[in-house]
Design a binder for this molecule. Structure first.
Ligand SMILES: Cc1ncc(COP(=O)(O)O)c(C=O)c1O
Length: 342
């Protein structure tokens, strides 16, 4: 399944060559795709955005009306008619209307919206809907006192609306897809970083050797990631710290005013729940480098599966770099000169 937006032509070409189901984000992409790959695939999907606010009971879960993704209801119907006329035979619907929902009600509520529109699409356009992709959005408890989602209750909720809406409409053959990222991966990755500086000014700071380039959620939207200090898991949290990275941006803080055990230089801090948005969304802002990745295996052993970037990786994409050799020597010398204890 290739879900994208503002899609470059070469990505549609590659998705088609790989045999992916293409999920169109916009009605104008029908012509763009046809021109790019020379056909409309027999199986095709469209991304739906009904607009407005996404509510469960009285609480607002998210604001699809403000999201750049997906087609309006009118566009979805028109897109299905156009695609059918151009030869598409099997259809899918996709929607992602709320993010990081920590409630068992999101998926069943979303399913109801999509199942109802699917029945109307089938009746009004005569297409065969092969699947409905409920996408992501099932969240995780980032804070230790939050109640986690119960995936079995969620599945049961979806089954109930499936039987209430799709089965009576003769659509009991529709497959249900998911593409859960955070729920499946988030809790199973950690960013492990070392305290390298402490600073006592108007606040108490601990500077670590990771930064927002390794995990951007706290910097860009103030997200909470739980932090523990290795070997001090049971120590009292009697100190208030800001935990900072080295970017030249004041929002480069993994935690603000966080109560933690006393942190000493050299301590390893574990930043939790970074499986979904850590390395995979890492970048080179400020010329910072990506970290190594270590796989923790079931038997407790660890394997280095990706080395840390070096400054020479950062310069490697220059086609021509006059002082490359000199720079490489300087970088190697500097690496060699850093003492073991540092
Ligand atoms: C199209 C699409 N599908 C699935 C996901 C995964 O979402 P989540 O991590 O909420 O499960 C994303 C995340 O941004 C997405 O953009």
């Amino acid at each position: 399944m290739f879900s994208s937006n503002d899609t470059p032509a070469e990505e549609f070409v590659l998705a088609d060559r790989l045999g992916a189901i293409i999920n169109l984000d916009d009605i104008t992409h029908i012509d763009f795709l046809e021109k790019t790959i020379g056909k409309i695939p027999e199986t095709i999907s469209c991304r739906y955005n009904p607009g407005g606010l996404f509510k469960i009971s009285n609480s607002i879960m998210d604001n699809p009306g403000d999201a750049k993704y997906g087609m309006t209801t009118e566009q979805l119907f028109e897109a299905f008619r156009t695609l059918k006329a151009k030869g598409a035979k099997e259809f899918g619907i996709h929607a992602f209307l709320a993010s990081n929902t920590v409630t068992n009600e999101y998926y069943p509520t979303l399913a109801k919206v999509l199942f109802e529109v699917a029945v109307r699409l089938k009746e009004e356009t005569g297409v065969h809907i092969r699947f409905i992709n409920l996408s992501g959005g099932i969240g995780i408890p980032y804070k230790p006192d939050q109640e986690p989602n119960d995936i079995k209750v969620i599945g049961e909720g979806v089954r109930k609306v499936y039987e209430e809406i799709l089965v009576p409409a003769g659509m009991g053959d529709v497959a249900i897809y998911t593409e859960l990222g955070r729920f499946m991966l988030g809790p199973y990755g950690h960013l492990v970083t070392r305290a390298i500086h402490e600073k006592h000014t108007h606040k108490e700071y601990i500077g670590v050797d990771a930064c927002a380039a390794n995990l951007m959620r706290p910097a860009i939207y103030g997200a909470y990631h739980h932090i523990t200090v290795m070997g001090k898991e049971d120590a009292p949290c009697g100190h208030m710290y800001d935990i900072t990275g080295s970017l030249c941006e004041n929002n480069d803080k993994f935690a603000v005013d966080r109560m933690l055990p006393q942190i000493d230089i050299g301590d390893l801090l574990v930043i939790h729940d970074t499986g979904a948005h850590g390395f995979s969304m890492g970048y080179n802002y400020n010329g910072r480098l990506r970290s190594a990745e270590v796989l923790l295996k079931e038997d407790g052993s660890a394997e280095l599966i990706r080395r840390a970037e070096t400054p020479m990786d950062y310069f490697a994409s220059f086609d021509s770099f006059p002082v490359y050799e000199e720079l490489k020597k300087a970088v190697d010398d500097a690496a060699g000169a850093v003492g073991e204890e540092v």
